[in-house]
Design a protein around this ligand. Structure first.
Ligand code: KG4
Ligand code: ZN
Length: 410
């Protein structure tokens, strides 16, 4: 008889993770080994990531099983991230999962990383995301299965690699279907956070640092006016729109843009001759060991000593503009598609200002659900949770499963 136990494995970027989840909801363990080696380089170095995954995968899987008190024989299936992500990094997880599934005689389930992020929220909040009783409509005539109680939901997946809006629809077979209705046309929001952080002398990943430091600055809304896609549809953005056959005037698309904000920060740094202070700050933070430390209250306090008021205001202003762009696109799309709930997931969903702004934007109208902070960034519990409906539908992966670095959702 099935005990509902799925071992999830995630290795798409710079976190090696394994988790045991029962019935798609109950997290028995969720072990995450974060690769601190990338902090020095201002971004993930693919070769280093693969090497670190190789080193970590076996101990991480063993720890996940031990913490859950579960042996290989008790598992119902092994689930693994198929993509999107770094090819070499994905390969480590997939090769390991295939060998394990084969050796233990368990089915293998392939999971899209983006669907995993959405399930990080659903596994926590499936009973609360449905808040609006009236039936949903699709302005463009898309059909909604009659028995999908909680759908459509509007899901914003916002991380270092993605900033995507999806309509998520639950079918009568309890399988989720997704349709992409918006995305960033250039940088992902997390990537913009990380690049601006690097520009200001902070370690990678900079998003959590920016979040902590922004609280000590005052946002100047005049500094970064909204980046309007239509006004921006020139150069690279226009070429990208043409390549992907997207129409900037399509009223059913809710695309976003963040590279303009990053460029505006760079220009501000140049015109205010901030580089010498930034170089000195980076030196100081390295000397104090903050480039190889996990973020905590104590080291934010130490870092703050190296920031002047203007830089803190710049950080607060940048974060404010990113958050407003995300909230605006999400609110417009939710309205347009008659969403019955909103969920926000991915690494950037840990951002405190984003959480506040989303709650405020939908207050009294729709429930906005977020994952717990531990489930917001990459982890394997979300992969095991997303695999559960597939397990029930017996949707198994072939033994020939390979990474799909550009895998899309919807
Ligand atoms: O989902 P995730 O762990 O990995 C990807 O799939 O990309 O997201 C990592 C991203 C990084 O860009 C990181 O800087 C950002 O999420 N991030 C944050 C915060 N925590 C993580 N960005 C802003 N504020 C945060 N609190
Ligand atoms: Zn992710």
């Amino acid at each position: 008889m099935s005990s509902g136990l799925i071992l999830g494995i995630e290795s798409s970027c710079d976190e090696t993770s394994a988790a045991v989840v029962r019935g798609g909801r109950e997290v028995l363990s969720n072990v995450v080994a974060s690769q601190l080696v990338h902090a020095d380089y201002g971004g993930v170095v693919p070769e280093l990531a693969s090497r670190e995954h190789l080193r970590a995968i076996l101990p991480v899987v063993r720890a996940a099983l031990a913490q859950a008190g579960v042996g290989y024989a008790e598992l119902d299936a092994v689930a693994v991230t198929e993509g999107p992500g770094l090819a070499g990094a994905l390969l480590v997880g997939i090769a390991f999962a295939k060998a394990l599934a084969f050796g233990a005689g368990k089915p293998l389930i392939a999971v899209n990383h983006l669907e995993g992020h959405i399930h990080a929220v659903l596994m926590d909040t499936a009973s609360t995301v449905s808040s609006r009783p009236e039936s949903a409509h699709f302005a463009d005539g898309m059909e909604r299965p009659a028995s999908s109680e909680q759908s459509p939901l509007l899901a914003l997946v916002v991380s270092g690699g993605h900033t995507h809006l999806y309509l998520a629809i639950r079918t009568p077979r309890q399988i989720w279907l997704y349709r992409n209705v918006g995305k960033t046309l250039d940088d992902a929001a997390g990537e913009a956070f990380d690049k601006v952080a690097k520009l200001l002398g902070l370690p990678y990943p900079g998003g959590p640092w920016m979040d902590a430091l922004a609280a000590h600055g005052v946002a100047d809304t005049a500094l970064f006016p909204f980046t309007q896609i239509k006004q921006k549809a020139s150069g690279n953005t226009a070429a990208k729109l043409a390549r992907e056959r997207l129409d900037p005037d399509d009223p059913t698309r809710f695309d976003m843009s963040f590279s303009g904000l990053k460029t505006a920060v760079r220009r501000y740094v140049e015109t205010h001759a901030m580089q010498p202070a930034i170089a000195a700050r980076e030196q100081a933070l390295r000397r104090e060991g903050l480039y190889r430390a996990r973020l905590g209250e104590a080291n934010v306090g130490t870092a703050l000593q190296h920031f002047d008021a203007t830089t803190l205001d710049l950080i607060a202003s940048f974060q404010d503009a990113v958050v407003k762009n995300l909230v605006r696109a999400t609110a417009h799309a939710a309205e347009h598609f008659g969403a019955r709930g909103v969920l926000v997931s991915g690494g950037v969903s840990a951002n405190r200002q984003l959480r506040r702004a989303m709650q405020e934007a939908f207050a009294g109208r729709l429930t906005v659900a977020f994952p717990t902070v531990a489930l917001a960034t990459d982890n394997a519990a979300m992969i095991a949770a997303a695999a559960w409906p597939k397990f029930l539908a017996q949707e198994f992966a072939p033994e020939t499963l390979e990474p799909t670095p550009q895998l899309r959702l919807g």
